[in-house]
Unconditional design. Structure first.
Length: 365
């Protein structure tokens, strides 16, 4: 391509294109210590390089050669390309499996992270940025004017950590500022479980609601999560041996549950007209079930009180707690809950008759 002279000696440019737009690329020529002509590219007009800058670099090199020193590295003025969260988040979420969890995390990222890091170059993020983010999240409210819970803030921070760790692994980012992120320490262990009397009250309230009654019966008799119960098909039920095959979506595994006579009879009535591959529940009644539980048990409970608020998962906790109270071995409870790690089940050991209660009660008698 034709080299065009400028007003400066030894400074030239060639016409070029950048992103389909006209541009200029500047070069300089000089003679090295062996008196050989050298040509060196300085940079593009679109990068901020100009004739005078190129001439300055040429003069620096000639001076170094005259003094017997090595020519300096050419410090090209490059246009700074910012690494934005939006771009890295898009690449991260492309690797995530489609589903509600992914969609929820994208919405959370857009709402809380994109708005904060909108024009911030992630290579320049410091500890101060993270402090400001956490402070902002600590005073952010929901649509119902409620301060974000510690769990929600932790979830937002976890999404940010995942995006940054992914970007570093893929060599898209060098600045690992996740070292400055400290999540809230919270006690998430639900201690609340229903008493026998509360269980009676619950079933009394749904005696005319077949769907709610059946799903509450299943939860309290086999201890499964709601997501597992909603996947039960007619073919999963073995009425002969009073067994039910359950799909654990959290652990991505299957396990067996035992059916009582009462639950077996309810299921037989339920599946009578169903095909083998049909689900026993046609829709997700989560909102309706939550409303029932709230009206019965949560009137005076703070919405952020995870330890004492009764939710559907409380029924799983109730199932395991009463097993422990009745003396069921902890390893049996682990099997019935399909816990992968016995540590998850050990929280129920304190309810066992063998936990030392009797020893304490009779300590001084």
């Amino acid at each position: 391509m034709l080299r065009i002279k400028t007003k400066f000696t030894g400074v030239y440019f060639r016409n070029s294109q950048t992103n389909n737009k006209p541009d200029k690329t500047y070069y300089i020529t000089y003679k090295d210590i062996n008196n050989k002509t050298k040509e060196l590219k300085i940079g593009k007009y679109s990068e901020g390089v100009r004739e005078s800058y190129s001439n300055q670099k040429r003069n620096e090199i000639i001076t170094k050669i005259r003094l017997g020193e090595e020519p300096p590295a050419i410090a090209v003025k490059k246009r700074k390309i910012k690494l934005l969260l939006n771009d890295l988040a898009d690449k991260y979420f492309e690797t995530r499996k489609e589903g509600k969890s992914k969609n929820s995390d994208i919405a959370t990222c857009n709402k809380h992270l994109q708005t904060f890091f909108k024009d911030v170059d992630l290579e320049m993020v410091t500890k101060e940025h993270i402090k400001k983010l956490i402070k902002r999240l600590s005073i952010t409210t929901t649509s119902r004017n409620i301060i974000l819970s510690s769990k929600t803030v932790n979830n937002i921070l976890s999404i940010l950590i995942s995006i940054i760790k992914f970007s570093i692994k893929e060599e898209l980012l060098k600045n690992d500022f996740t070292v400055y992120i400290n999540k809230n320490k919270i006690d998430n262990n639900r201690e609340r479980f229903l008493t026998i009397n509360e269980i009676r009250v619950l079933f009394k309230s749904v005696e005319n609601d077949k769907d709610a009654r059946l799903i509450f019966k299943l939860a309290l008799n086999i201890g499964s999560r709601l997501s597992t119960l909603l996947l039960i098909k007619k073919q999963d039920i073995d009425f002969t041996h009073k067994l039910i095959t359950l799909k654990d979506t959290k652990n991505n595994s299957s396990y067996k549950g035992f059916l009582t006579e009462e639950v077996s009879a309810l299921l037989q009535d339920r599946v009578r007209l169903l095909k083998l591959n049909e689900n026993i529940f046609k829709s997700n009644p989560e909102k309706r079930l939550r409303k029932i539980l709230n009206s019965l048990f949560n009137d005076e409970i703070d919405t952020q009180d995870r330890k004492n608020k009764v939710v559907f998962h409380t029924l799983r906790h109730t199932f395991a707690s009463h097993l422990a109270i009745n003396g069921t071995p902890i390893y049996t409870i682990q099997k019935l809950l399909n816990h992968k790690d016995i540590k998850m089940t050990m929280r129920y050991a304190k309810l066992s008759p063998e936990s030392g209660r009797e020893s304490i009660l009779n300590l001084y008698t």
